[in-house]
Design a protein around this ligand. Sequence first.
Ligand code: GDP
Length: 370
Amino acid sequence: MGFRLGIVGLPNVGKSTLFNALTKTMKAQAANYPFCTIEPNVGKVEVPDERLYKLAEIEESEKITPTFIEFVDIAGLVKGASKGEGLGNQFLAHIREVDAIAMVLRAFEDENITHVEGSVDPVRDKEIVEIELIAKDLESVNKRLEKVQKIAKSGDKKAKQELEILEKLKEILENLEPVRKYTGELPEEVLNYAKNTLFLLTVKPVMYIANISEKDLPEGEENPHVERIKEMAEGENAPVVVINAELESQLAGLPEEEQRELLEAYGLKEPGLNKVIRTGYNLLDLITFFTAGKKETRAWTIKKGTKAPQAAGKIHSDMERGFIAAEVISYEDLIKAGSWNKAKEKGLIRLEGKDYEIRDGDVVYFRFNV
Ligand code: GDP
């Protein structure tokens, strides 16, 4: 399964516009590989990384394969959704499956587009969404609490421990705070329990996407809503990406040359989508390593901290089982050397063992034996 980022937000903030731009861009770029929509609301998106193309160039590779993350368009979140308003609980099934959340906040004014809350106020909107997620988490905690309390009464030691964890989580949520706020403080076991047993929503990392008007491009510096979003996000150490979803969807349909011209006209260096994708990638704590050669140069996604054999296992399970060693060089050093073979001649390729932690940008050749 790929890494998934769920797009959430109130209605009419630009979620679908953004999601469609993401998937359209992907389709346009994906001449070499079939675009795949896994489910109607899931799009698999290339992680833009120019290192991949530079590597392929020096290795004269016949094929280039990027790495992907998945975006899920999660509709149906409105005030009261946790109690069944709007599409009610349907959104929850989708949001449980994602690894991180991208919350779209409306920072554009447009009289023709109704705001469900009657005015543009992204920080209030964020609170509304957050409260729904907290309410849902509290429900999950309380349900479990009821069960575990019964077992704990019989003196079961494990149940007593679980009860303690549940009560801690309940306390946080009852204070109307998201569990992620305590990521640095809570013991690992509590966090893991919140993530992997209860599948809580508010433990997932969050990035904010400020959707601004065309007139506020490139960065929305003159837009007071953006400033407030940034202030709010800084308080929780969350990243903010500023985009104009409508421009993104226009860009998505254009050939590259015209895209560049349009971007330049707005003072932008790259599509906002690239920033969204890369920020999502970082938020998920992901890094990229490469395999490079004449046949194919390819990017691979792993979690930060993955060791060489497990990274090899991403390519093929045989490679993990029969792992012997990894030949490694950093992207920068390889580019400086000019090619893998030249780097080898100069003795720049290191040999690393099973405890080596793969770093972002490593170019790797795995030695294995089955
Ligand atoms: P969703 O309900 O959050 O998925 O919102 P949509 O993506 O469907 O957008 C709702 C409406 O707002 C549509 O009519 C969009 O064309 C419009 N919209 C989206 N982004 C922008 C924007 O950046 N500026 C303006 N003016 N309108 C936008």
